[in-house]
Design a protein around this ligand. Structure first.
Ligand SMILES: Cc1cc2nc3c(=O)[nH]c(=O)nc-3n(C[C@H](O)[C@H](O)[C@H](O)COP(=O)(O)OP(=O)(O)OC[C@H]3O[C@@H](n4cnc5c(N)ncnc54)[C@H](O)[C@@H]3O)c2cc1C
Length: 585
């Protein structure tokens, strides 16, 4: 089998992976592997913006930003990590500007900023304009800029290479196994450092804002290699997905003045979050929407959705600030948002949990934070944790840029001072992958991928979404066990080598059933409500028992188990504002 060597292998060409590549390029030999063309990464779909307390619109401070992030996280975020991110944010934005990101601007030439959910001034007093943006195409322009910068710095790109496994020797990571989509050829990529930036995993839910490629490959591969996943029960539903489609309508629509209305035309968020109303954090708005529908106040003939009303905004403002949203509404629903309210429902959007890392992106593998030698992760696949139980809008793009860069810097130090020569590849590094592919293609009968995937999406949507309870979650855990078995026994009828998408989807399905089980098991275990994890049978947050992260392991017997990990409360120890308290808005 062909072996390719680079000092660093970065898996994933979204903003997290590319930001790390830009940091390392020129100093080390860096390769970026991506199953998609880099510009098709989901980062390019980010609409609303990226947060930073620049204070261009009004007075702001990184401390207020940290307060909002911690409160928004329902106090589960690691506070030092939040401090690092919020303090670095203004610098990170100016750096993006200098790299060439064409941000929208105020008339005086400064980068424009808009309000976003949960971002406030003076420790929760009123909404603040903190989110920088480029119309509603922020991720798109950031991705193009970082891709150009990576090309200019001679990063080696392997586009359309899907990573299937890690290479490990005595607990250390020293490469990956990948398949070249065009030829079906398996290759070993040998390196001194590996970084995962493989993004999120919303595809396990029926209604989702996520791209087709968001199948959580990085998480599945980590589990298979004995690395735990942190805080998997926290999956964010964005309040405004297009009704019946799940396509995202950015929170910027509310930031720019849009309001949510129920079937009676009432602006119901005034009841649930009197001070910041429609700009409350996403977990609160999503639950409020379902509450309205449950109590019979939904909109439409079935009373099964609510309305996002932008009609108070002028046509010119919509065209200038929300052009993508305008075109989505027109194309998919035949609605001009300047004249008519848009039907919306919550849609599965963002994974707060992921591969545990420290603030330098180093992957850790136990409650004490022991490091995995040679392995980093950043972006949505990672759990630093800055988002805790619920992420604030526009904090993800910031997370990617800040922690992608920090991981890059840390890898550079590691290559210069710690790992001066690559560890030898273990024999049989690709055996597990070969065996799996042979098994799928060798079978004459068996179910199709689509049947298993669609049942998984139904289970996760019905039992592991906005409202959860013991009965539903226990069912989901049992059903996931059956689905894992069914997924292992599927049949791949396409035996061709070139662009065999059936085979690739079969492998993705294995990751999906595994991380979904981790979500269901972790959610069943946590008997409280916190952030995006809303338990009907345990409606209150219980700090005495549950102010801790969860780490979910896949045992050698194939069973998942969960243990706790302490939350870093260092800011709370110094200042009362940061101590856990009831979350009111
Ligand atoms: C519709 C939408 C709008 C959003 N809007 C915002 C916003 O306005 N502000 C904000 O802060 N956040 C927003 N988010 C969240 C944010 O965009 C994502 O969290 C973020 O882009 C994830 O970036 P990433 O670099 O971690 O991964 P991604 O951008 O998802 O990239 C993942 C990369 O990994 C590669 N990959 C995956 N698996 C493999 C494999 N097995 N082998 C090889 N390569 C692999 C893919 O090819 C891809 O290049 C939004 C998300 C969505 C879905």
């Amino acid at each position: 089998m062909q072996v390719v060597y680079h000092d660093v292998i970065i898996v994933g060409a979204g903003l997290a992976g590319l930001r790390a590549a830009v940091e390392l390029a020129g100093k080390h030999d860096v390769a970026v592997l991506s199953k998609l063309h880099p510009l098709r990464s989901h980062s390019g779909a980010a609409q609303g913006g990226i947060s930073a307390a620049l204070g261009n619109a009004e007075k702001d401070s990184p401390e207020w930003h940290a307060y909002d992030t911690i409160k928004g996280s329902d106090y589960l975020a690691d506070q030092y990590a939040v401090e690092v991110m919020c303090n670095d944010a203004p610098r990170a934005i100016i750096e993006l500007e200098h790299l060439g990101v064409p941000f929208s601007r105020f008339d005086d030439g400064h980068i424009a900023q808009r309000p976003f959910g949960g971002h406030t001034k003076s420790f929760g007093e009123a909404p603040v304009r903190r989110t920088c943006y480029a119309a509603d195409r922020t991720g798109h322009v950031c991705l193009h800029t970082l891709y150009e910068q990576s090309l200019g710095r001679n990063v080696s790109f392997y586009d359309e290479y899907q990573v299937l496994d890690l290479c490990m020797v005595e607990g250390a990571v020293n490469g990956v196994v990948a398949i070249e989509l065009k030829t079906g050829r398996l290759l070993l990529f040998h390196s001194r450092a590996v970084m995962f930036a493989t993004g999120g995993y919303g595809k396990a839910w029926k209604t989702t804002s996520n791209a087709f490629a968001n199948t959580g490959d990085g998480l599945g591969i980590a589990l298979n290699n004995g690395i735990p996943l942190e805080d998997m029960e926290f999956v964010q539903f964005h309040p405004t997905g297009l009704y019946q489609l799940g396509i995202l309508i950015t929170e910027a629509a509310r930031g720019e003045g849009g309001v949510l209305r129920n079937g009676q035309g009432e602006r119901f968020m005034e009841r649930y979050a009197p001070s910041i109303k429609d700009l409350a954090p996403r977990d609160i708005v999503s639950r409020s929407i379902y509450e309205e529908i449950r109590t019979g106040r939904g909109a439409g003939p079935m009373k099964d959705h609510v309305l996002l009303d932008l009609t108070a905004l002028s046509k010119e403002k919509i065209a200038a600030k929300l052009p993508e949203i305008e075109s989505f509404a027109k194309i998919y629903l035949g609605i001009d948002p300047a004249d008519e309210a848009i039907p919306v429902l919550p849609t599965c959007h963002y994974a707060m949990g992921g591969i545990p890392t420290d603030v330098n992106g180093r992957v850790t593998c136990d409650p004490e934070g022991s490091e995995v030698f040679g392995f980093w992760a950043a972006g949505e696949v990672a759990c630093v944790s800055v988002h805790g139980a619920n992420r604030l809008g526009s904090n993800s793009l910031l997370d990617l840029i800040v922690f992608g860069r920090r991981a890059g810097k840390d890898i550079s130090r590691f290559l210069d001072r710690v790992c001066l020569a690559p560890l030898p590849l273990a024999t049989g590094s690709a055996d597990r992958v070969r065996e799996m592919i042979g098994r799928f293609q060798g079978r004459k009968d068996g179910e199709t991928i689509a049947a298993v995937r669609s049942d998984l999406q139904d289970v996760m949507m019905e039992k592991v979404s906005v409202f959860r309870n013991e009965e539903g979650l226990s069912d989901a855990v049992d059903e996931c066990a059956v689905l894992r078995k069914r997924a292992a026994d599927i049949r791949v009828s396409d035996h061709s080598r070139n662009f065999n998408t059936e085979l690739l989807e079969a492998i993705e399905l294995q990751h999906m059933v595994n991380y979904s089980t981790a979500v269901a098991v972790s959610a069943l275990e946590r008997r409280e409500s916190r952030g995006a994890h809303g338990r009907e049978d345990y409606p209150l947050r219980d700090d005495a028992k549950w102010l801790k992260h969860s780490l979910c392991f896949l045992g050698e017997d194939g069973k998942m188990s969960v243990t706790g990990k302490p939350v870093d409360l260092s800011l709370a120890e110094a200042r009362a504002e940061f101590a856990p308290k009831a979350r009111t808005y």
